[in-house]
Design a protein around this ligand. Structure first.
Ligand code: FES
Length: 102
């Protein structure tokens, strides 16, 4: 099983918004929502735009480039031209720290 990795202190997340975090060579998007914290790869799987520059509402991240959208809870595409699920990571908050399994 993959290990949990510290990502960012939960207090540093912007409330109900998306925060960009670099973990080594990877860029991760961390989403604060009323139902908890979620995380995905930051780059859109449609054309490589940075989802952290997109618009976040509820549980849906909208890509800044072509306005494709994904549900951050399971990665499923919810609006064209996004057609494939984005890569999401199992996420938890432990002692004030956001952790992802990756
Ligand atoms: Fe994200 Fe096209 S790059 S929808």
């Amino acid at each position: 099983e993959k290990p949990w990795r510290d990502v960012i202190e939960v207090s540093k997340l912007e409330e109900n918004w998306v925060t960009r975090v670099e973990i080594g060579p990877r860029m991760i998007a961390v989403y604060d929502t009323p139902s908890g914290v979620y995380a995905s790869l930051a780059l859109c799987n449609h054309g490589g735009a940075d989802l952290c520059d997109g618009y976040f509402d509820g549980h849906v991240i909208e890509c800044p480039l072509h306005q494709g959208a994904f549900d951050v809870r399971d990665g499923k595409p919810v609006s064209a031209p996004a057609t494939r699920a984005m890569r999401v990571f199992e996420t938890r908050v432990q002692d004030g720290m956001v952790q992802v399994r990756m």
